[in-house]
Design a protein around this ligand. Structure first.
Ligand code: LMR
Length: 328
C-alpha cells in the first residue's frame, strides 16, 4: 500500500472508532397504562432491569407506567410512528388492526388461564403474533394478566340483574356485543378514565382482573365484585416492525432472549398476583366479593355465549376451534 492509501485507511479506522465511541445507545420507550404492581407493570420493570444488566451500554429502556406517556387513545398511533417502541396493550385493543385477536374477547371461551396459555403457545396462537404485520406491528410475546370479573353497583347474581346498567368496556366490538346480550349499555372509555367514570356514576359497572381492580381502586367505588371468570384479559407485547428489525442482529437476539425470560416470569406470577389482590379486595371493607354457584355461572354462560356466532366468520372458525381445543 502506498503512503496516501495507508493514511486514508488510518483515517477511516479512526473515524469508525470515534463513531463507535460516540454511538448513542438505542432508546426503547416502553409505555403502558397500569401500575408497577400489576403483572404487566412488573414485567416492564424486569425488562428494563435485565436490559440494563446485559446491554447497558447499547440499549436504554425508559418505562412509562399508568398512562403517563401515552394512553389507550393514542398509544398505537405513537407506536406505528415510532414515538414509542414497546407497548403491551390488552388483546381487546387491536381490533382496528386485525379481527383475529378478538378471539380472546369471546366470553366463556377459555375455561381458565391455563387454557389461554396452551392456546398462546400452540401454532395458531403463535401465528396471531404476526397478524398485524401489514400495519408495521410485530407481536413479540403474550403476557398474562388474568380472568375478568364483573363489578357493579348491584349484586349481579343473574344475567337479568345487569339489564340497563351502563358498563365501561375496552375498545372492542365483542365486548360491546357481550353486554348487549344482557340488555346492558356500554361506554368505551380509556383505562385512565375508568375510576372517575365509576365514581361519578357515568358508568355503573365494569370488567377487569383482580390486579387492575385493586391497583386502580375500582373496588372502592364498586360495592359488588362478582367472581365470574367470564373472559380473559391478557396482553401482547408489541413493537414497531421497522424499528425492531433495524436493531443490529446481535442486540436484537439478546433482547429477544430477555423478552423470553420476562415472559416466563410474568406468566408464572400473574395468577398468584391476582389471587393476592382478590384477598386484599375482600379484606378492604369496600366491596363484597360474590361467588356464583355452578348453576348461576352456567346462566351467565348461556346469556353471553350467543355472541360467538356474530363474530365467528370475522375471527375465523379455525382460530375459535383451536382456542376451544386448548381447554382440554
Ligand atoms: C383495560 O383497559 O381495562 C385494560 O386493558 C388495562 C390493562 O392494560 O390492563
Amino acid at each position: 500500500m502506498n503512503k496516501s492509501g495507508l493514511s486514508i485507511s488510518l483515517c477511516l479506522a479512526a473515524a469508525l472508532l470515534s463513531a463507535c465511541a460516540l454511538a448513542e445507545p438505542i432508546t426503547i420507550k416502553f409505555a403502558h397504562v397500569v401500575t408497577d404492581s400489576t403483572p404487566k407493570g412488573q414485567g416492564a420493570r424486569l425488562f428494563k432491569e435485565l436490559v440494563e444488566q446485559r446491554l447497558g451500554d447499547q440499549v436504554r429502556v425508559e418505562v412509562y407506567a399508568n398512562s403517563s406517556l401515552y394512553g389507550d387513545a393514542d398509544e398505537m398511533e405513537a407506536l406505528r410512528e415510532n414515538r414509542v417502541q414497546l407497548l403491551a396493550p390488552s388483546l381487546a385493543k387491536f381490533e382496528t388492526y386485525t379481527p383475529q385477536l378478538q378471539v380472546f374477547d369471546l366470553p366463556f371461551l377459555f375455561d381458565d388461564l391455563a387454557a389461554v396459555d396452551r392456546f398462546q403457545r400452540r401454532a395458531k396462537g403463535r401465528q396471531l403474533l404476526q397478524s398485524m404485520a401489514d400495519h408495521n406491528i410485530v407481536g413479540l410475546a403474550y403476557w398474562h394478566n388474568g380472568m375478568k370479573q364483573l363489578s357493579a353497583i348491584r349484586a349481579l347474581r343473574t344475567p337479568q340483574d345487569a339489564r340497563d346498567l351502563n358498563f365501561r368496556i375496552q375498545h372492542s366490538a365483542v365486548l360491546e356485543a357481550q353486554f348487549q346480550q344482557l340488555g346492558a349499555k356500554t361506554s368505551k372509555l380509556p383505562f385512565s378514565s375508568v375510576y372517575t367514570a365509576l365514581k361519578s356514576g357515568q358508568v355503573q359497572g365494569a370488567e377487569n382482573p383482580w390486579s387492575n381492580i385493586y391497583s386502580q381502586k375500582f373496588h372502592e367505588v364498586q360495592p359488588y365484585i362478582i367472581e365470574t371468570n367470564h373472559g380473559v384479559l391478557d396482553y401482547m407485547l408489541v413493537s414497531n416492525s421497522r424499528f425492531w428489525y433495524s436493531i443490529p442482529h446481535h442486540i436484537r437476539v439478546e433482547l429477544e432472549g430477555i423478552i423470553d425470560e420476562v415472559t416466563y416470569a410474568v406468566n408464572q406470577q400473574a395468577a398468584e398476583l391476582n389471587i393476592g389482590y382478590r384477598q386484599k379486595i375482600q379484606h378492604s371493607g369496600y366491596s363484597q366479593v360474590l361467588q356464583l354457584s355452578s348453576a348461576e355461572r352456567q346462566a351467565w354462560r348461556e346469556a353471553m355465549e350467543p355472541v360467538w356466532r356474530h363474530f365467528e366468520t370475522q375471527i375465523g372458525t379455525d382460530i375459535i376451534k383451536a382456542a376451544r381445543a386448548a381447554n382440554r
